[in-house]
Design a protein around this ligand. Structure first.
Ligand code: FAD
Ligand code: N01
Length: 555
């Protein structure tokens, strides 16, 4: 990597930057750190008042990660990973937010950011090879490289219940939770939505609320987390092998340091299957999905896993009618994001919790109740756990254009990218964990670091080589998207109406938006592209861009 030491860091008010990074979550923080360390002038822009991204916004009761924190954390600094101690196997939101604040302080990143600042538009002009970034509050900044670290789960799905305004009590959204703790003790509360956010909220507030109505449209598959406090000896042993474990995570398809199996459920005996499913249940969490290699490619194998999980639900929930209504049957196990819970099915054995099916009748709101069919459920507060306009929501919320062409037009039929990191027609625009990369079906921190490193190496290549612009070639992009679709079509994922295909947002084009070839295969492909001189990408030399200041050519 070239040493750019000597190039001054930007003033807070210097609006002409080498790079602008939008977002201050895991991705934005690392991108700002990495690019600044290369000597580029970098401005980070974040709409929240602080760092954290997902972990800033999602403060709902029970919010926590479902990848062990020793893995769901940065690997880029050996000192950082050695010095930080996690209190629990799966850290809760306040601890992850503390960690990201620590990272921001430790690497002195805050001074590069403008907080409480929302980007509303960005336009590229090929004549001077610059992005102009428009801020919602007025004002503009310019840069050579625009990096979108805006998050795949950062734009809440619009809450569009026509009668909601009639309800006079407070309405909370899990992904936009107030900064102050909300006390639900003794109150009558409804939680609408039974995805990961809903389950974590439900299991946490069920302990103290007077009455809880769980409004369910589609039952989820969920596996216990078996969360526990960190064992200091285990942590010490893990940290003594940290590099090895990180390498192991990067060598898998999920980005977790687990042993991936090639065992097939369909070629195993019934006893072997039962034993392995049971063992995976006891290990808990997302690795359950990898109990056998064929669970997400064969409907028959999938049915076996689904039957096992349904039997678990039936064995936990005491009331047979409630248990029956909790059984997921309408989509393959894992094709909607499986949930990881702490006592979810058990809460339905509590007298103060009622499962209310809203699939048939939907919900209406009155002044002080929720109407489902002919029943009025009196409630003091409503919690929306209704999810996100995932993967593309935050990207398309920014009006992005290049030489007059808009990104929302280019993606009208669904997002098109090369490797999920660039999109044809939009030079020098980089997406961190964008559509058609492993992103949300991987350990996100692993994928974020890999993407930011790829972007940094690419910018280094451009800065050294007197290159003004890089652009994805349309043909290479078409081939990548066909490859992504071909892999997805060989699995059961597209069969579910999930947010992976945009089905949760009315009118969103249906397209499976994640690369399923795995973290390792994907990273190998990205590395190969750099090694082979960027096949599939076009470069524009600085010399051919009319308005570019030649003094920028640092090579
Ligand atoms: P984010 O953390 O979403 O950060 C994006 C930031 O960009 C936000 O702060 C947002 O305010 C800002 N932004 C967006 N648009 C603009 C704009 N126009 N102007 C200014 N700022 C803007 N993944 C896992 O791998 N494991 C987990 O256990 C896990 N748990 C999760 C739990 C929850 C509750 C949620 C919602 C997601 C979870 N995820 C998990 C996925 C999560 O999205 C990623 O792990 C990761 O946090 C994403 O980081 P990011 O920096 O890419 O995006
Ligand atoms: O959102 P979701 P989420 N009427 O979309 C229901 C990550 N995450 O915030 O399935 C009635 O999964 C909807 O019903 P249906 C993780 O990647 C991780 O929970 O569409 N119901 C569903 O039940 C996760 O996948 C953690 O029928 C409506 C729920 O709301 C992703 O974030 C924790 C409705 C939405 O579930 C999103 O999870 C939290 C309507 N109009 C989040 N609209 C960890 O544990 C929606 N629903 C790490």
């Amino acid at each position: 990597m070239m040493d750019y030491a000597g190039i001054p860091a930007p003033d807070a008010d210097d609006l002409e930057m080498d790079a602008i990074v939008i977002g201050a979550g895991f991705a934005g923080l690392y991108a700002v750190h990495r690019l600044h360390s290369m000597g580029l002038s970098v401005l980070g822009i974040e709409k929240a008042i602080g760092v954290g991204g997902v972990w800033y916004w999602n403060r709902y009761p029970g919010a926590r990660c479902d990848i062990p924190s020793l893995e769901y954390s940065y690997s880029f600094s050996e000192e950082l990973q050695q010095e930080w101690s996690w209190k629990e196997r799966y850290a809760a939101q306040p601890e992850i937010l503390d960690y990201l604040n620590h990272v921001a302080d430790r690497f002195d990143l805050r001074r590069h950011f403008r907080f409480s600042t929302t980007v509303k538009a960005a336009s590229w002009d090929s004549a001077d090879a610059r992005w102009t970034v428009d801020l919602e509050a007025g004002g503009q900044c310019r840069c050579k490289y625009l990096i979108l670290a805006v998050g795949g789960l950062s734009t809440p799905k619009a809450v569009d219940f026509p009668t909601l305004d009639t309800f006079e009590g407070p309405v909370y959204h899990t992904s936009h939770w107030p900064q102050q703790e909300v006390d639900f003790a003794g109150r009558r509360v409804a939680v609408l939505g039974t995805g990961s956010s809903g389950l974590q909220t439900i299991t946490t507030i069920a302990k103290s609320v007077g009455q809880l109505y769980v409004l369910q449209r589609t039952p989820p598959f969920s596996v216990p987390a078996w969360n526990r406090p960190t064992d200091p000896d285990e942590e010490k042993a893990y940290k003594s092998r940290y590099r090895e474990m990180r390498d192991k995570a990067r060598s898998t398809s999920s980005g977790f340091a687990v042993d991936e199996t090639s065992l097939l459920a369909l070629s195993s005996s019934e006893d072997q299957r039962r034993e392995r499913f049971e063992k995976s249940w006891q290990v808990g969490g997302l690795p359950f999905g990898g109990a056998f290699a064929d669970l997400l490619v064969s409907q028959e194998a999938n049915d076996l896993a689904a039957d096992f999980l349904r039997a678990k639900i039936a064995s936990i929930v005491e009331d047979p009618d409630t248990a029956r209504r909790l059984l997921p049957t309408s989509y393959p196990f894992g094709a909607k994001r499986m949930c990881v819970d702490t006592g979810y099915f058990e809460v339905f054995n509590q007298d103060n919790v009622e499962l209310v099916d809203i699939a048939r009748d939907g919900v209406e709101f009155t002044r002080d109740a929720i109407r489902v069919g002919d029943r009025d459920l009196p409630v003091d507060a409503v919690i929306m756990a209704t999810g996100f306009d995932a993967i593309t929501g935050s990207i398309l919320k920014i009006r992005i254009s290049a030489d007059g062409e808009s990104l929302s037009d280019a993606w009208a039929q669904g997002p098109q990218t090369l490797l999920g990191v660039m999109t044809a027609g939009f030079p020098n625009l980089f997406l961190v964990t964008g559509p058609a990369s492993p992103s949300v079906l991987s350990n996100m921190v692993v994928s974020i670091e890999q993407h930011v490193d790829w972007i940094a190496e690419t910018l280094d290549h451009m800065e050294r080589g007197g290159i003004a612009a890089i652009a994805a070639q349309p043909q290479a992009q078409r081939e990548w998207m066909a490859h992504v679709a071909e892999i997805a079509d060989a699995t059961l994922f597209p069969r579910a109406d999930s947010w992976y295909v945009g089905a949760n947002i009315p009118g969103k084009p249906r397209q499976f938006m994640v690369y399923l070839g795995g973290v390792k295969a994907y990273a190998d492909k990205c590395a190969e592209i750099i090694r082979e001189g960027y096949p599939g990408f076009d470069f524009t030399p600085i010399a051919t861009v009319s308005d570019v200041d030649r003094s920028e050519q640092r090579a």
